[in-house]
Design a protein around this ligand. Structure first.
Ligand code: MG
Length: 161
C-alpha cells in the first residue's frame, strides 16, 4: 500500500492577555499562546505532519508570519488549507496521533472537542484522531508554564475515488 507518514512539532510562548486555543478548542485560562495566528500549537503540529506526509514543506513556508493576511487567523483555516493540499495530492488521512505538552491547564476536558474539530476538518471518523496530554513534571520552560508544545504524527493513504 502506498501509504505515507509525516511528523510535526511546535511550541509557543504562553503570555497574559491572549485567549488560549488548542486543537481548535478555546480553553478558559489566564494566559494564551503568543503567535502571528491564534497560536494553536496543536493544529500547527498537525499541519506540519500533513505537509511532511505529502512532501509539502512546512507551515512557515505556506503561511509566512510576515504576511499580514495571516495576522490573528483561526488556525482551523490553516488546517483546512493543508487538508485541501492533501486531497489535491489524491491522498486521504488515515489517522492522526498527537501529544500536547502543557503543565497547565488540564487538557482532558477538551479532548473530545479537539477530536471532533480536527476530524471534521480532515473528513475522517473521530476515532482516527487521538489526543494525548502530558506535563513536563515542572521542568524547563513548559514546566514553568512559559510555553506549550505539541507533537503530531499522521499517516495518509491514496484516495479510493
Ligand atoms: Mg506555530
Amino acid at each position: 500500500m502506498q501509504y505515507r507518514v509525516g511528523i510535526g512539532y511546535d511550541i509557543h510562548r504562553l503570555v497574559q492577555g491572549r485567549p488560549l486555543f488548542i486543537g481548535g478548542a478555546q480553553i478558559p485560562y489566564v494566559k494564551g499562546l503568543l503567535g502571528h495566528s491564534d497560536g494553536d500549537v496543536l493544529l500547527h503540529a498537525v499541519c506540519d505532519a500533513l505537509l511532511g506526509a505529502i512532501g509539502g514543506g512546512d507551515i512557515g513556508q505556506l503561511f509566512p508570519d510576515t504576511d499580514p493576511k495571516y495576522q490573528g487567523i483561526d488556525s482551523k483555516e490553516l488546517l483546512k488549507a493543508v487538508a485541501d493540499l492533501v486531497r489535491e495530492k489524491k491522498y486521504t488521512v488515515n489517522n492522526v496521533d498527537t501529544i500536547i505538552v502543557a503543565e497547565e491547564p488540564k487538557m482532558l476536558p477538551f479532548e473530545k472537542e479537539m477530536r471532533r474539530k480536527i476530524s471534521a476538518i480532515l473528513e475522517i471518523p473521530e476515532d482516527r484522531v487521538n489526543i494525548k496530554a502530558k506535563t513536563s513534571e515542572g521542568m524547563g520552560e513548559i514546566g514553568k508554564i512559559e510555553a506549550i508544545a505539541s507533537y503530531a504524527i499522521v499517516s495518509i493513504v491514496p484516495r479510493e475515488d
